[in-house]
Design a protein around this ligand. Structure first.
Ligand code: BTN
Length: 261
């Protein structure tokens, strides 16, 4: 595979970056357990909004539902610190997943879709996972940390532990991509969508239009309960409305979804 610009140093990322606050401060590590833990600590110490924690390699990457997230060298693993109003907390899922879809399209030309609530898939295979953790106190937000992991330059076949079906940008393209270009574009997209989410509902509509899940028969697990039915619609708060075979409608606010044929 060819050599591409791959330096994720703070200077390389911030130089001429077209954002006002997202990514204007970068905390970089060559290797850490998880960017989430560092970002949460920074947030509690009052890091400026938009601070990004990024690493070349995570040794204890965290996925949703307490799963392990593999991010060896070649992947993108970063967390963005935000201080949203509580009313906008649910839109962060939409902002993050749409920002990834736009970034992948702009930098690689690949077409990706969102699997509710916020996995990004290419040809039905997962290329990116998103984890949002927030600190809420007395019904106000202390902080929100948006963690994004993208399988950029990774041969997924070499990683037996990767939960299948998974893919990477390099697997799809047959060549490596510039992680630097991806990260810089991602930060610009996150800022644009984050600001837009605060001023209207365009982000919700776009997120809904990019969901692969709607209209499909799905199997959903939420806590210990399993649901089956047709994914009928999504509400503005991001929850999924599932129509069961008995006609019942269930609102899922979080969960793990498997798409059925
Ligand atoms: C999932 O699909 O289960 C979510 C995966 C989230 C992974 C990212 S990588 C950057 C950040 N640091 C972590 O430890 N997890 C998130």
């Amino acid at each position: 595979m060819g050599i591409v610009a791959d330096d994720l140093s703070p200077a390389a990322i911030t130089s001429g970056l077209a954002t006002h606050f997202i990514g204007q401060r970068i905390i970089y590590y060559s290797r850490i357990p998880s960017t989430m833990e560092v970002a949460k600590k920074e947030a509690l110490q009052g890091a400026p909004e938009g601070t990004v924690v990024i690493t070349d390699e995570q040794t204890a990457g965290k996925g949703r539902m307490r799963r392990v997230w593999l991010s060896p060298k070649g992947c993108i693993a970063l967390s963005v610190i935000l201080y949203p109003n509580i009313a906008h907390l649910s839109s962060l899922i939409m902002v993050a997943s749409l920002a990834v879809v736009h970034t992948i399209a702009a930098v690689t030309g690949l077409w990706s879709r969102i699997k509710w609530p916020n996995d990004v898939l290419i040809n039905g295979k997962k290329v990116c996972g998103i984890l949002i953790e927030s600190g809420v106190r007395d019904s106000s937000i202390d902080y929100a940390v948006v963690g994004i992991g993208i399988n950029a330059n990774l041969k997924t076949a070499h990683f037996a532990e990767v939960s299948l079906p998974a893919t990477s940008l390099s697997d799809e393209l047959g060549r490596n991509v510039s992680r630097l270009e991806l990260v810089r574009r991602l930060l610009v997209e996150i800022e644009r969508l984050y600001l837009s989410a605060q001023s209207g509902e365009a982000v919700y509509q776009e997120w809904r239009d990019n969901l692969e899940t709607l209209g499909r028969r799905i199997h959903a697990r939420s806590g210990n309960t399993v649901y089956e039915g047709i994914a009928e619609s999504v509400a503005k708060d991001g929850s999924l409305m599932l129509r069961g075979s008995d006609g019942s409608l269930t609102k899922l606010t979080a969960g793990d979804v498997t798409l059925r044929e």
